[in-house]
Ligand binder design. Structure first.
Ligand code: PLP
Length: 398
């Protein structure tokens, strides 16, 4: 079957807005333009009602209560609000946080800022398959620890963390647990109570919603989590995030949550089957290919592969009709192996020979087969040319 080019296989970076989401948002750019904080007229009430529906839609997808949802500009803001907001609110209790080396920079950088302000942060390692050991979390917690932040699923290799176990440990030790669940929400079932998380970040553009809008879940009972707002102003979102609400974006986020909830049962197995077809197709055509990440505990649509002897960037350039990436969108183009692959202990040359495939709603078997054929051609050509991944002047694990 003929495929339409170019093929998009970079859904971990972002996803297209679903047509249903776009249609739901449209009136809020037009006649329903009101400000939800305008309590004196129907323009405001209409907007407020739409935000209330969206809050319920988001809450339902993750098993939360609507009042536990704080709308933000995306996961970077949600992560910052969770980490700095909790650290500042509980600083009298202790100034120690625990996270892992392979977190997204939206988690690592706020932690590093807190360190400059006098907080102490423990960065846990991950094993070769990208898993945090819950025993390491147990050992890292001290009487001064106020927050543990561990992502649900990694954006590069897709490894799904044992969050439930980590949640139990945090609960027993009386420490709050935050999770950057950006790559998991909408792709795998997420329930804040089953996972035992107290704060959870999500962003619409990773599951067919618009860019620039996200949410932070903040537990309201057992325990009631306190936060210091990072954006001061009109006291929106119960004082936790000031700023006029992005009503069209929030409506889109809500619709994207509703849609993801409806499609989850069908899309999960479909994407897992496509991912396995891709991996089997690559192995059938090429030798010296290896999986990065965990073989089983993995996001349905994520495949991260090392093509030994082929430079990842050169491969991406050669595959100009397929949108793939070698690392996260934020780190791509730096020419250095990502901190995630280095955290796995991969030598720089092998990390640089790696490519991430992010399958999503639009991808088909015919596209997967096409990509396998093109990969086979281009990897063989690159290997024959003798151009090796150029190891930069950094040591793995540095
Ligand atoms: N956290 C993870 C794991 C991500 O993959 C991303 C992706 O961009 C972010 C945070 C940042 O999200 P946003 O683009 O909404 O700020």
């Amino acid at each position: 079957m003929a495929v339409k080019l170019p093929i998009y296989m970079d859904h971990n970076a972002t996803t297209p807005v679903a047509p249903e989401v776009f249609e739901a948002m449209r009136p809020y750019f037009g006649e329903r333009f009101g400000n939800p904080a305008s309590g004196s007229h129907r323009f405001g009430w209409t907007a407020e009602a739409a935000v209330a529906v969206a809050r319920e839609q988001v809450a339902r997808l993750i098993g939360a209560q609507p009042e536990e949802i704080v709308f933000t500009s995306g996961a970077t803001e949600s992560d910052n609000l969770a980490i700095k907001g909790v650290a500042q609110a509980y600083r009298d209790r202790g100034m120690h946080l625990v996270t892992a080396w392979f977190e997204h920079h939206a988690v690592l950088d706020p932690c590093q800022r807190l360190e400059r302000e006098g907080f102490e942060v423990t960065y846990l390692p991950v094993d070769r398959e990208g898993l945090v050991d819950p025993d390491d979390v147990q050992r890292a917690i001290t009487p001064r620890t106020v927050l543990v932040s561990i992502m649900l699923a990694n954006n590069e290799i897709g490894t799904i963390q044992p969050l439930q176990e980590i949640g139990r440990i945090c609960k027993t030790r009386g420490v709050l647990l935050h999770s950057d669940a950006v790559q998991g929400v909408g792709k795998i079932p997420v329930d804040v109570n089953a996972l035992g998380v107290d704060l959870l970040s999500l962003t619409a553009h990773k599951f067919y919603g618009p860019k620039g809008v996200g949410a932070l879940y903040v537990r309201s009972e057992n325990p009631r989590v306190r936060l210091v707002a990072q954006m001061d102003g009109g006291g929106h979102e119960r004082g936790r995030r000031s700023g006029t609400l992005n009503v069209p974006g929030i409506v889109g986020l809500g619709k994207a949550c509703e849609l993801a909830g409806q499609l989850l049962d069908a899309e999960g197995p479909r994407l897992t089957a496509l991912r396995e077809r891709l991996w089997a197709g690559i192995r059938a055509r090429l030798t010296d290919v290896h999986l990065n990440g965990h073989p089983a505990r993995r996001l349905p649509g994520t495949l991260h592969v090392r093509f030994e002897g082929a430079d990842g960037q050169a491969l991406l350039a050669a595959l100009s009709d397929v949108a793939l990436s070698a690392t996260s969108a934020c780190s791509s183009g730096s020419g250095e192996p990502s901190h995630v692959l280095r955290a796995l202990g991969l030598p720089a040359a092998l990390a640089l020979a790696s490519v991430r495939f992010g399958l999503g709603r639009g991808n088909t078997e015919a596209e997967v087969d096409y990509v396998c054929d093109r990969l086979a051609q281009e990897v063989a050509r690159l290997r024959a040319s003798g151009v090796q991944p150029a190891a930069p002047a950094v040591r793995a694990g540095e």
